[in-house]
Design a protein around this ligand. Structure first.
Ligand code: AMP
Length: 119
């Protein structure tokens, strides 16, 4: 896959404050937040989109989910957040390096689910 801005961020080539980091992923504040808390969890391994993940990525995908738990507890939002993954340009994905959006601090309900991060 082509390199992206998230590749440069995860490799430390663009100085960015990490909300969280470990050996497999980093978390950063979204530059255009759609909620009072809008954090992106980005694996260090570049995978263009979720549907490109392979069987060998099973542990990494589980790791990202557990990282979401740690990050949301760290931020004090573990009781109420929305997790969004855009997959493909038609879904609104603009950066083709897998990332998870954590959104919190505003109202979310079923009616807004289809609107994802803009909900
Ligand atoms: P997506 O539309 O799912 O690909 O999400 C990409 C997200 O990355 C958008 O919410 C952007 O606001 C965010 N974004 C793009 N560049 C940066 C950056 N340099 N630092 C932080 N967030 C960024």
């Amino acid at each position: 896959m082509e390199d992206t801005i998230f590749g440069k961020i995860t490799r430390g080539e663009i100085p960015t404050e990490f909300v969280y980091e470990d050996e497999h992923c980093v978390a950063i504040n979204d530059i255009h937040p759609q909620a009072p808390v809008h954090v992106l969890v980005i694996p260090r391994k570049p995978i263009a989109k979720l549907s490109d993940a392979a069987d060998e990525d099973q542990a990494l995908l589980g790791h990202l989910m557990l990282a979401v738990g740690k990050i949301t507890r760290q931020l004090g939002i573990s009781d109420a957040f929305r997790l969004v993954v855009n997959n493909g340009a038609g879904s609104g994905q603009t950066v083709f390096h897998l990332h998870l959006h954590i959104l919190a601090g505003r109202e979310f309900d079923e009616a807004t689910l289809a609107r994802g991060i803009q909900g």
